[in-house]
Design a protein around this ligand. Structure first.
Ligand SMILES: C[S@@+](CC[C@H](N)C(=O)[O-])C[C@H]1O[C@@H](n2cnc3c(N)ncnc32)[C@H](O)[C@@H]1O
Length: 232
């Protein structure tokens, strides 16, 4: 595959100075954004589907066109795999019927993660594959570890795996995980095997970029997410 994806350019020289303050704020201030009605409906649909499945849950957060959701479902036939993305356009690309143990859902993760936590979901594995990097320093709060929903991501527990072509994103994510949970996340270079898990992974690899992977085994810890009035 020929690809010409530009590598990340950023005005940051190391982890963002503001990160500890932002994470501390997310851990202490409730996220008051109301849950959007369409995501609540999407979550209810996913929850009903999940009740009918046997086996542990795998979340594929920001699944794009859903190829990773399909591949994870085939690789883990005894698991129920839910891929979530807000882009109707990406989710509608025709990559064939997902396997019976996979479900693709259109929803905003900021709301979906909070609903999953409130419902007591405990994914066995949780993937965040090539999240939008937002490399400008001014955009820290748009990176998942700088976003107020970050405590919900770690509170869900399970084996969390984040992949990126920007090592600094994962260094910051690891720093935020340690601040929130006291746990150390493992960061390593990622060398995909024969088959890339996602289209972004394939594109970056074909462009000669290095890929990075963060893994941490987390406990289910709903108290990490500060509660305000129930946003439901
Ligand atoms: C860079 S793409 C990666 C897609 C896929 N994981 C891959 O590696 O090919 C990031 C994806 O995250 C999705 N995304 C970003 N913010 C989101 C949000 N708040 N809720 C749901 N999806 C979101 C985007 O729509 C996009 O599909």
């Amino acid at each position: 595959m020929q690809a010409n994806s530009r590598s990340i350019t950023t005005n940051q020289h190391g982890p963002h100075d503001e990160l500890p303050r932002r994470v501390a704020r997310s851990l202490s201030h409730p996220l008051r954004k109301p849950i959007a009605e369409h995501t609540r409906r999407a979550f209810d649909h996913a929850d009903a589907w999940l009740q009918r499945q046997r086996g542990p849950l795998i979340l594929d957060a920001g699944c794009g066109v859903g190829l990773s959701t399909r591949r994870l479902a085939l690789d883990h036939p005894e698991h129920a795999v839910i891929g979530i993305d807000r882009s109707a356009d990406r989710l509608s690309r025709d990559h064939g019927e997902p396997p019976p143990n996979a479900l693709l859902i259109r929803a905003d993760l900021v709301d979906f993660w909070r609903l999953a936590l409130m419902a007591g979901w405990q994914p066995r594995r949780h993937y965040l594959l090539y999240p939008n990097p937002y490399p400008k320093a001014a955009h820290l709060k748009m990176r998942w570890h700088g976003h107020p929903v970050f405590p919900a991501i770690v509170a869900l527990g399970g084996r969390l795996e984040v992949r990126s072509n920007w090592r600094l994103y994962l260094e910051e994510f690891a720093q935020a995980v340690t601040q929130a949970t006291g746990q150390r996340a493992e960061l390593s270079e990622h060398h995909p095997g024969q088959v890339c898990l996602t289209p972004f992974e394939a594109k970056y690899l074909a462009s000669g970029q290095s890929l990075w992977r963060l893994v941490v085994d987390l406990r289910f810890q709903p108290s990490l997410m500060p509660r305000g009035d129930d946003p439901r």
